[in-house]
Design a protein around this ligand. Structure first.
Ligand SMILES: [Zn+2]
Ligand SMILES: [Zn+2]
Length: 117
């Protein structure tokens, strides 16, 4: 089961629920990205059944180990949940940059952990 946490910016009032790092659930594998169009952190599906896929595989599925089923679902992978776009940047878990300002996102330990599947 995947777990998510609340992260709060130390400079502005932005906060977000996110897995914070690559997180393997019962079916989906989620990883947090910054959507450069929405300026938000969004958990993006990056794989299934414990396997993390490469974005390049969906761009060139014939050269990839993806099944036809997974290729048919390509719109679900590496896609922002808000805008359905793919202008995404890895949310570096070491730095946890705020997408709204120059602050850092800090995990709120007082918040209960949410299970997302
Ligand atoms: Zn901020
Ligand atoms: Zn977006």
């Amino acid at each position: 089961m995947g777990m998510s946490y609340t992260f709060k910016c130390n400079k502005c009032d932005y906060n977000v629920e996110s897995t914070g790092e690559v997180s393997v659930g019962m079916q989906a594998v989620l990883s947090p990205y910054i959507c450069n169009d929405c300026n938000i952190i969004t958990d993006v599906m990056v794989g299934m059944s414990g396997d993390v896929y490469l974005k390049e595989w969906f761009e060139n599925p014939k050269e990839s180990p993806l099944s036809g089923f997974e290729v048919d679902m390509k719109d679900e992978f590496f896609t922002c949940g808000e805008c359905d776009g793919d202008n995404l940047t890895d949310w570096n878990p070491r730095w946890r940059k705020c997408p709204k300002c120059s602050g850092r996102m800090v995990k709120d330990k007082n918040e209960p952990i949410l299970l997302w599947d």
